[in-house]
Each structure stands twice: as structure tokens, then as C-alpha cells.
Write a new protein. Structure first.
Lengths: 671, 330, 155
């Protein structure tokens, strides 16, 4: 069955996987095998086999045996995507003593059998894909993995519950963590909430201990009121620059007594923590349990900064901690890994103008309701209309505001059903009002969620299935007078309804941080067109990114509830700890290098590398690639006018040969 | 002992290469001292039949200058290949097609139309040349043009390549010295297929102009900049200089003189397509990310094929083409 | 050309976005035209115009270049280099008389399996409408290669 190689080309083995029937259902595997053995003999193929599951241990042993017994110098496995099993088959080759980089995977499942239907056509395409891989593998060169040490410190960006969890996991394992938060306190959105679904735990009661632990942990250095401005380096060896915004409070002297806050004569609307419902002082801590306890001075609103007088805070501070001369400060950190837990922003309800938010006083957003129902909030937990005193008798809660809507965000925000049910429960509990829920679909999939839905149903909340058309104050009859009227098609009853209510709560969705694109650039992670960060694999690697050493957790990758965010924070930490414990990381040897003889020093490539991996030697007038910084994109390889830059793993020779192989059928026919 | 034989032939080209050989001055006496000139139509009276009469491999060294434009060129290429031990593609036409190969941008009938039937041609009898023409004295034959211009290596096996339009005289002299040293047993020939009489890098390597990280906001024709900065890299001034992609060996003659390199020494070692190297290099350093702005900057290169393939078209991957317009000078 | 013309297209994909989009199309069993044969690069910035020229010269009827959306490049900004090269390459192809529409640049993120499949189908139909390029056959057959119709341009 084996044909002797007729050329001086390396001896190649071709292995074609049936993948059960995933491939063989659409591709005539036996035909491809036979063709590879006969037609590709001149290209160096000495053996071609097919097997039910190449990735099984028996399949791998088949390859290992052939490498040893037939002296194979190259291996092509025609199976699934290299993103799934490249490592598997490289491993098999390595065990048999063949350099792993002399093995190529040809994707005939994802790119052929799963996406085409005509068996004859799919078989021909599979041949072309195999020919491409064979031609390419001939030009593969043995490569050596690159090992770099891992710095044991970690940067966590974002001090919400996901970031706090991640920081605590790593710190408790005994490693240093820098936790960066751009607001004055850690805590994130969770710190704004009143109760958490479905258990109705008080958010502050469960969050505060974690915040305190993070704030006082010997291995965690909090950098609040700070932002990352620059990231350089690569996995194991990042250099991060952080801007510490001036607090105008000397944290070495401040005891967090709060006298400055008390004495500050100026109040401003608190758009952040209180969602615009309440006020805060100009020198403030966002909330009572803030960590760290030190206040900040809001300089753009401070009378002293604007007019040069006041200084009440300074006068009354018992420890002389107020320091108006503080400037922003930049610190540089060395870390081995980074976790991005930058969270989300809320959808701007004003965009759905037919729901009247911002125009109709008693239309509230979900975050406003959270603050209103919080005992520490602006209404001390009283659920009242915008006038601050009247309790509503009827409340309408509208789901999916800005979510599942092509005009705004196409995706489901995942938490809105449950938060709406929670609101219904709280309204009924605190006011006894009649509550309507307007939903498209009820989504309660997690543990104890549907039971909570049953409970709210039993409590007497009324559910109307339909997307609300509008909220208006234009009454058509006496019953509607002075009310907000919710116009909706009740799709279960099959009719249009107008339901007058006193208060409307818009369950607004989550959206990516407004600066998520900039953040993704800064850290070199992928970001969807929506703005959510992209996981390395949505199922199997949800907290890693395409950039080694940068993990993601929580709502930065998409809407999530608290348990999922916490789980992701812990998972990202586990990933980081795994890397730290290995002490070094193996990098793919896909790197550019410059032939110093051929380089003319034209400097075309010098500005092309976003990782600053290309150095220019003025004395010798040649450019050189620093392999530690090179990420292997190959842009400089493709740009070099002298052809002096080569890229290992994706060389010109490999790619051009692959083109030859992919088009082999055309040129055989032409010849 | 008789001297080894030397030949030089001129096919589809301008003749500048022959001048460049004569431009080596006294060195030409070394050629005479070491070689017997068997065939060199420009310098010596000899006929093709004299070459045919030689035993195969009788000529040690043939410098072939010119592209393969017609059947006679091809016939002579095969003949001299057979008779020569070492066949050198000499000059840009033989190595990569050079200016004659720009004709590959027009189908043959277009070329004849332009040459014989447009307003600039005085051709009252509307003569259209044919390979065979009957005249009272008998039948005249002229060599038919091939479908396109070929390089020497595209029709016969070539031992060495010596690019340049023309090759620099100091490089010719160096190559002649090398061959003489080989004859005297003092040196070895480079591996077959080598490019000889050049540097290992590109023109920038020999260019004295100051270079920085490149960002191009606009391309200009050189006459639009008056005068270009004499110290600074021309490409950085927006002048599309082909130096970065062009093989060194000329000592950066044009950029030193204040003119951009136009690429006559062809691609660097190992490069498959010269024009592709240049276009990727130029495009990479354009300072724009918006398609409209990029297009605006690219408008500064009005004739991209001429810019990138002036010398290399016959040896490029696509080899020929036909722009979507035809000359219409009638 | 006859209605049975099946274009052969070489597609260049970025390891981080469009190659994964192709994986996703596979996983989701989204069907698309079998005329495209893909090559994985690490980044669209790796795309050398040589590859496109090579594919066209070797008989491909079209070349599809895919990369991450602008601003979403895994390597920060290298897809812009691909964009610039692509725009210049189209001009060169036009100058050689090859319909620039035979080369197309498409952005597709890792999540856009459906989009990639649709773009492939669209491109296959566009190339089918243009007809075969057959550069390799024309050159080998000593036929002057012509793609775009020669238009009369008054000078």
C-alpha cells in the first residue's frame, strides 16, 4: 500500500479522519485517501490512511507508528479545525520524535463536510485542501517553542464583583494583585443594588465583606480613582502604566472620619452612584461602605478650584489630609497576567423615546428603582413617584428596553427578566400596588430563578405578554386621566390594551462600556462590533482572550448575573494562578526575523509594528526584530520590499506552496 | 593553446548593454587577451551560420542582451544555448523583460495598429507587415513576433543573471575579472542560477540619504517638488522611489543624483514578484486608515503598473495584461 | 461562458477572526458555496500582494481577503495595512486589465459565521458573473491574457 517517494521531497504521511460520520457523510474519505496516495506521491506522500477518529488514542498511535516505522518527515492530518486539534496531532508527532511543527492540520470538517452538501463537490474540495496542506508541509521547518518566565504579580482592572472575586482568589493563594478601579471606590454596580434575585439577599450585606477583605488584604494593592493608560510587553512580562487621578486627599493622613464631607457646603446631583436621584457633596465617598474609605474632591465642581475660595474641608480636617496641590501621578507596574473585569454601562432609556423616559416624570429606569428601593438611597427605601412622596397604586414594569430589539441592541441582556420580577416583588411588598409586567418572553433559566417567577406570579403580579408600543400621558377617558397609559398588544389575549398606571419602570439592558473599544486596544484583546470583549472560545475558554496573559471576566464579555460574574472572576483567577504556578509560559514560535545581510535599512517596517518589536540599529543601518516582543502577525514580513523579513510558521514559501496545492487541480487540467 | 571563445548577442533591446560593455575602457583589452570573440555582431563581423558551424559547447561564455520578442530571438537563444557552456542573461531585458516587455500590456494586434495605422504613422499604402511577403524577386520572410515578450530564462536554460539597465560598467569589469580568475584557477564560479554583478541588498543599502520611520501622506511626481531635500530619503518626501525593493549594485546612482530609483536592477534575492514588493511597501507606510483618504493618497501614483513593473513585467507573476482602454490615435 | 462555470476562489483568512468565523459557520452547519478554498494567515496584515497575484496567475478566478473589522484587529491595527495594500493592488490589477472586482476585502469577526458564509456566496456569484479568468491557461496557450472588455477611450 505504500508508494515509495519518487522525489527528494520529505516523506509525508497523510491521515484522513472520518470524524465518525461528520466528515465521511459528505466527503468520500476513501477516495481522498486513494487520490492522496497516488496523485500526491510526486509531492512526497508515501502513505495515506483514513480512520474513524484520528484524534482518538488509536488514531494518534497510528501516526506515531508510521513516523517511526516509515520514517515520516512530515505529517498532514485532514480532520477538523486546527483550533481544535492542532495541539493533539503536534503532540502525537512529538511523541514519535518528529518536530511538532512539521505537522499540518487540513480542515475538511469545518471548511468542507459541515458547510457543503454535494458529496462529489465536497470530495473534490477536500482533495484541494489536502493538496494545499501537503504542499505547505513540505516547506514547514522544525521550530522550537519559546519559554518565557512569568512575573508572579497580577493586574485586575475593574473593581466590581467579578474583579474583586478574581483579586481575592489570587491574593488568597499568596500572590500579589493590583486592583485598579476608576471610580473612587470598588464595588461596581452591585454596590448600587438593594436586593439581589432570586434570594433577595441585601446586596450590600453580601458585597461589603468582600470589599472590605479586598481593601485590607496584604496581597492586594488597591488603585482606585485610577486608570490604566499604557500596556506594553507580553504574557508573563507586561509593563503597565497607571494614571492615579488626584484625590486632593492625602491618604496617608486621612482617617476617613467624614468631617470634610459633612462640612462641604456644596451639593451636586449624583449621576453615578445615585443614578441622578440623589445628591452628594463635592468632597465625597460614593457610599457609606466605600473601600477605600478616603474621599475625593470633585475638582470641576469644587468652589475652591473654580473660584479660589472656600477650603471648608481643609479648615475642618482634623489630620490636615486635604491637599489641593495634588497632581495626577503615573505609576509603572510589572505584572505577569492581566484580568479585565471592566463591567458594563446601562442602556440609555432616552433612546426609546416612545417610552417617555426623561419626558414623563414617573417613568423610571431600573437603576433608579434600585436606588429608590435601597434603604440607604435617596428616598430611604420608599417607593414613591417623582414628587418624592406619593406612593404609586399601579406600577408597570417594561422588559427588554433597548434589548432584543434591532433598533437598539439585538442581544438579550439576560438579567432584566429577573430584575423585573424582583422589582414586582419589592413594589408589592412595600406598597401593595398593582403591578403589571410587560414581557416578550420570560427567561428564568438559572438555579431557583423559575421558582422565584412562580412566587411572584402567586403574589398577584399581573403579566402581559407583548412588546409595549408606547407610554403616554395623553388620556382618552376619565379612567386614564392623570395616569401614564401603557399601550401594548397583549399577544396572549390577542388584543390591543391600554393600561393606566402611576409609575413605569423601564428594565433597561446592559451595554458595553462606552470606552470598551479603547480598552480593547489598550490591552490588545478582541472586541465585537457591539463592544463586548471576545472570549478565546465561547464555551471552552470563556475567560481567556486571544492575547495570552490577558483574561476577561464578568459583564465585560456580555450581560451576566452576579453568580456568573463571580464564577468568571474565580475562573479567570484560576487561569492566572495556573500560569503563575507554571513559572514559565510556552509561546508559539511564530515570529518574524530579519536577514541582516539582505536588510537595506530602508525603514519601511519600522513604523508597522504596534508592539514596538522592530528596532533600527543606526550604526549598522539595519533593522532587527526583538523576538520577545514580536507577536507573529507577519505584517512586516508582508511589507518588506527587499524580502529580507521572514516569518516562521507562516513563511512565504509555505503560503505560496499552499496556493499551488489548492490550485493543483486547475494546473493538472491545464497541463 | 587556443583561447576560450566569447560571444555576445543583442536581441530585443535598445543596445545600451553593448555600450556598457564597451564602457569598461581598457578592461576590454583583457577580454581580448583572454578570449577569442566567436560572435558579437556589434563588434565583430560574424554570421549565425558561423555559430551553427561550431561544435556544441564550444563557446565558453555568452552574454545575452535583450528580451525574446520574436522567433529569430528565440531561434538564436536556442542556438547560443547549445553552443555555450555558460549563458548569462545580461541586462534587464534578458533577465526580466525591461522596457520592451511593457508591450505585454497590449495584445499584438494593438501593437501593430499603433505602429502602422495611427495618425503618427505615414503609411499611405496601409502596409501591414506579414511574416511572408511575395515580391517580384521571390518571397521575403521576416521573423514573426511572439505572443508576448519573454525573458531569456523563459525560453532557454540560463546559467547566470546580471541585471541592470544597463549593468554598471564597474560591475561588468568585476564579472570579467572573476571569469578570468576562474580561467586561471584562482577562483570558483558561483552556483548556477546566481545573480552576479550586484550587491546582496537593495538600493537603500548604498544610498547616502538620511532615513527615518516612514509615513507617507501624499505621493508627488518629482517635478512637483522643487527642489527635493538633497539629504532626505526621497520616498519620505513622497517621491515614489523604487530603491527599497530594487537590488543593490548600482551604488544608488539615481538617488545620489537627485532622481528616484526606477528599479532597473530588478528584485532582491528570492523575491517572486518585484511589483508586489513595492506596492506592499508603499501601501504599508501610507498614513491613513479611511478608504477615501487612502484612495486620495494613491491618486498620487497615476500609473501604478508603470511604477511597479517598468522593468519587471515579463518576469512578474501575471506577465502580461491589457488595460481596459485602447489607444485611439486615428 | 457557459452557465456551468464554477469559479475557483482562494480566500485568505485571519487566524483570529475570519478563520474562526469559518469554524463557526462549520459548527453551525451554515451552508455556503464550495468554490472558496481558504488559507489561514495569522493576520490580514500578513497578506502580501504576491499571494493574490500568485493565486490569479495560477488559475484562480477570484481572491477573497478577510480580516477583523476596522478597529478590532487582534494585532491592534494591522488590518488597516491590509486595507491599504488591497486598495493599491486593485489599482494595479486594473492597470493590468484584470477586473478589480475579482479581489474583494471583507471584514468578518469571529462571531460572524453567518456573515462570512453570505459574503462567500455573494462573492462566488459576483465572480460567476464576471466569468472565468483563466490567466494560467491563457498564458500557457500563448493567448494574450485579457479580462476586462477593451473599451474605446478617445484620447
Amino acid at each position: 500500500m505504500s508508494a515509495e517517494s519518487t522525489s527528494n521531497k520529505p516523506r509525508i504521511g497523510v491521515y484522513i479522519c472520518h470524524c465518525g460520520t461528520n466528515i465521511s457523510h459528505t466527503v468520500d474519505v476513501e477516495k481522498v485517501r486513494e487520490w492522496a496516495e497516488t496523485m500526491l506521491g510526486a509531492e512526497g506522500v508515501v502513505i495515506a490512511r483514513d480512520y474513524k477518529f484520528m484524534c482518538s488514542s488509536l488514531g494518534q498511535e497510528l501516526i506515531e507508528k508510521d513516523i517511526k516505522e516509515l520514517g515520516l518527515e512530515r505529517v498532514v492530518v485532514a480532520a477538523c479545525s486546527p483550533h481544535l486539534h492542532e495541539m493533539t496531532f503536534r503532540g502525537a508527532s512529538k511523541r514519535a520524535g518528529l518536530n511538532p511543527y512539521l505537522t499540518e492540520l487540513a480542515s475538511i470538517r469545518e471548511q468542507v463536510s459541515w458547510v457543503h452538501t454535494d458529496k462529489a463537490v465536497a470530495t473534490e474540495k477536500a482533495k484541494a485542501v489536502v493538496a494545499g496542506a501537503v504542499e505547505r508541509v513540505v516547506r514547514n521547518e522544525p521550530l522550537q517553542e519559546i519559554r518565557v518566565p512569568i512575573h508572579p504579580d497580577t493586574l485586575v482592572v475593574g473593581g466590581g464583583i467579578a474583579g474583586i472575586q478574581a483579586a481575592l482568589e489570587i491574593a488568597n493563594a499568596g500572590f500579589k494583585v493590583y486592583l485598579v478601579e476608576r471610580e473612587p471606590s470598588i464595588g461596581g454596580h452591585m454596590a448600587q443594588f438593594d436586593k439581589t434575585f432570586p434570594t433577595l439577599d441585601c446586596a450590600a450585606c453580601i458585597l461589603t465583606p468582600r470589599m472590605f477583605e479586598a481593601g485590607n488584604h496584604p496581597n492586594i494593592e488597591l488603585l482606585t480613582w485610577s486608570e490604566v493608560t499604557h500596556v506594553a510587553g507580553y504574557v508573563g512580562n507586561f509593563t503597565v502604566t497607571i494614571k492615579k487621578k488626584p484625590r486632593y486627599v492625602n491618604t496617608d493622613l486621612c482617617t476617613g472620619c467624614g468631617i470634610c464631607v459633612e462640612k462641604c457646603p456644596k451639593k451636586v446631583v449624583d449621576d453615578v452612584y445615585e443614578a441622578g436621584l440623589g445628591y452628594r457633596k463635592v468632597v465625597y465617598t460614593p457610599f457609606a461602605q466605600a473601600v477605600p474609605k478616603y474621599p475625593v474632591i470633585d475638582a470641576p465642581n469644587c468652589t475652591y478650584f473654580q473660584k479660589g475660595t472656600c477650603k471648608a474641608c481643609e479648615k475642618f480636617c482634623p489630620t490636615n489630609a486635604i491637599d489641593f496641590t495634588q497632581k495626577e501621578e503615573y505609576v509603572t507596574l510589572q505584572v505577569g497576567n492581566i484580568i479585565l473585569a471592566t463591567g458594563y454601562d446601562l442602556f440609555d432609556a432616552r433612546r426609546v423615546s416612545n417610552y417617555g423616559y426623561g419626558r414623563l416624570a414617573n417613568v423610571f429606569t431600573s437603576i433608579e428603582f434600585e436606588r429608590m428601593s435601597n434603604a440607604a438611597g435617596p428616598t430611604a427605601g420608599n417607593i414613591v413617584l417623582r414628587d418624592g412622596k406619593t406612593q404609586p397604586k399601579t406600577v408597570g414594569i417594561i422588559h427588554c428596553v433597548g434589548s432584543r430589539d434591532k433598533n437598539y441592541n439585538n442581544y438579550c441582556s439576560s438579567i432584566c427578566c429577573m430584575q423585573s420580577l424582583k422589582f414586582a416583588h419589592l413594589v408589592r411588598e412595600r406598597t401593595g400596588a398593582t403591578v403589571y409586567e410587560f414581557y416578550i418572553d420570560m427567561r428564568t433559566p438559572m438555579k431557583a430563578y423559575d421558582e422565584f417567577y412562580q412566587r411572584v406570579l402567586e403574589e398577584g403580579t399581573l403579566f402581559v405578554r407583548g412588546k409595549v408600543a408606547q407610554v403616554t400621558n395623553a388620556a382618552r377617558n376619565e379612567r386614564e386621566e392623570g395616569k401614564l397609559i401603557i399601550q401594548v398588544e397583549d399577544t396572549l389575549a390577542g388584543k390591543q390594551r391600554r393600561i393606566p398606571v402611576d409609575m413605569v419602570i423601564l428594565s433597561i439592558g446592559m451595554k458595553p462600556r462606552r470606552d470598551s473599544k479603547e480598552i480593547s486596544h489598550l490591552f490588545g484583546v478582541g472586541c465585537s462590533s457591539d463592544g463586548w470583549f471576545i472570549e478565546k472560545h465561547p464555551k471552552l475558554d470563556p475567560v481567556s482572550t486571544m492575547t495570552e496573559g490577558v483574561m476577561i471576566a464578568g459583564c465585560a464579555t456580555g450581560p451576566k448575573d452576579i453568580p456568573a460574574s463571580v464564577a468568571q472572576g474565580a475562573a479567570a483567577a484560576a487561569r492566572v494562578l495556573n500560569k503563575i504556578m507554571q513559572k514559565e509560559v510556552v509561546l508559539e514560535p511564530i515570529k518574524a526575523s530579519i536577514d541582516q545581510e539582505k536588510c537595506s535599512g530602508c525603514r519601511i517596517c519600522n513604523g508597522l509594528c504596534p508592539f514596538n518589536a522592530i528596532l533600527f540599529h543606526e550604526n549598522r543601518m539595519v533593522s532587527e526584530v526583538n523576538p520577545a516582543l514580536c507577536q507573529g502577525c507577519g505584517t512586516c514580513v508582508a511589507a518588506c520590499p527587499a524580502g529580507a523579513i521572514s516569518g516562521s510558521g507562516f513563511s512565504n514559501e509555505q503560503i505560496l506552496a499552499q496556493i499551488d496545492g489548492l490550485l493543483m487541480d486547475l494546473n493538472l487540467a491545464a497541463a | 593553446m587556443s583561447k576560450p571563445k566569447f560571444a555576445m548577442y543583442w536581441s530585443g533591446s535598445c543596445g545600451g548593454c553593448e555600450i556598457a560593455v564597451l564602457n569598461i575602457h581598457e578592461k576590454i583589452l583583457d577580454v581580448d587577451a583572454h578570449f577569442e570573440v566567436a560572435f558579437w555582431p556589434v563588434a565583430v563581423d560574424a554570421k549565425a551560420k558561423d555559430v551553427e558551424a561550431l561544435p556544441d559547447g564550444d563557446i565558453l561564455l555568452t552574454l545575452w542582451n535583450g528580451s525574446i520578442r520574436n522567433e529569430e530571438n528565440e531561434h538564436m537563444a536556442h542556438l547560443l544555448r547549445r553552443k555555450s557552456q555558460l549563458l548569462v542573461a545580461f541586462g534587464s531585458c534578458a533577465t526580466e523583460g525591461c522596457i520592451p516587455a511593457l508591450a505585454n500590456l497590449s495584445p499584438l494586434r494593438e501593437i501593430f495598429e499603433t505602429a502602422y495605422h495611427t495618425i503618427s504613422t505615414d503609411n499611405p499604402q496601409s502596409i501591414h507587415p506579414q511574416p511572408r511577403t511575395a515580391v517580384p524577386e521571390g518571397e521575403l520572410t521576416i521573423p514573426a513576433l511572439k505572443d508576448r515578450v519573454y525573458t531569456l530564462a523563459q525560453v532557454v536554460d540560463v546559467d547566470y543573471y546580471m541585471p541592470g539597465c544597463p549593468p554598471e560598467s564597474h560591475q561588468i569589469a568585476a564579472v570579467i575579472d572573476l571569469v578570468i580568475q576562474v580561467l586561471e584557477g584562482k577562483a570558483q564560479l558561483p552556483p548556477k542560477g546566481s545573480v552576479i554583478g550586484t550587491g546582496n541588498s537593495t538600493v537603500c543599502d548604498e544610498c547616502p540619504r538620511q532615513r527615518n520611520v516612514k509615513t507617507i501622506k501624499a505621493f508627488h511626481r518629482i517635478q512637483e517638488i522643487a527642489p527635493p531635500d538633497p539629504q532626505l530619503c526621497l520616498l519620505e518626501q513622497g517621491i515614489p522611489c523604487n530603491g527599497p525593493a530594487t537590488r543593490s549594485g548600482c551604488d544608488a546612482r539615481c538617488p545620489r543624483a537627485g532622481a528616484q530609483c526606477i528599479g532597473c536592477y530588478g528584485p532582491a534575492e528570492g523575491v517572486l514578484d518585484y511589483g508586489a514588493r513595492l506596492m506592499t511597501a508603499f501601501a504599508s507606510v501610507i498614513d491613513a486608515t479611511e478608504p477615501q483618504e487612502i484612495e486620495r493618497i494613491l491618486d498620487g501614483i497615476p500609473d501604478p503598473v508603470g511604477q511597479f513593473y517598468r522593468f519587471n513585467l515579463a518576469d512578474s507573476l501575471l506577465k502580461a495584461g491589457a488595460p481596459a482602454f485602447k489607444s485611439n490615435h486615428r | 461562458m457557459s452557465a456551468s462555470f464554477e469559479p475557483v476562489i482562494i480566500g485568505f483568512t485571519c487566524n483570529w477572526c475570519s478563520y474562526r468565523a469559518a469554524d463557526l459557520a462549520g459548527t453551525a452547519r451554515i451552508k455556503y458555496a464550495p468554490n472558496v478554498r481558504l488559507i489561514r494567515l495569522m493576520c490580514s496584515g500578513r497578506l502580501d500582494p504576491t499571494f493574490v497575484m500568485k493565486a490569479l496567475a495560477d488559475g484562480a478566478d477570484g481572491v477573497l481577503i478577510t480580516g477583523c473589522h476596522p478597529g478590532e484587529c487582534h494585532y491592534i491595527e494591522q488590518n488597516y495595512k491590509a486595507l491599504r495594500r488591497y486598495l493599491l493592488l486593485r489599482r494595479v490589477l486594473k492597470g493590468m486589465g484584470i477586473a478589480p472586482e475579482r479581489v474583494k476585502l471583507v471584514w468578518a469577526s469571529a462571531a460572524e459565521g453567518m456573515k462570512l458564509a453570505q459574503e462567500i456566496n455573494t462573492f462566488v456569484e459576483e465572480i460567476r458573473a464576471l466569468g472565468p479568468l483563466g490567466w494560467n491557461k491563457k498564458l500557457a496557450g500563448r493567448e494574450h491574457p485579457v479580462d476586462m472588455p477593451l473599451e474605446e477611450v478617445a484620447v
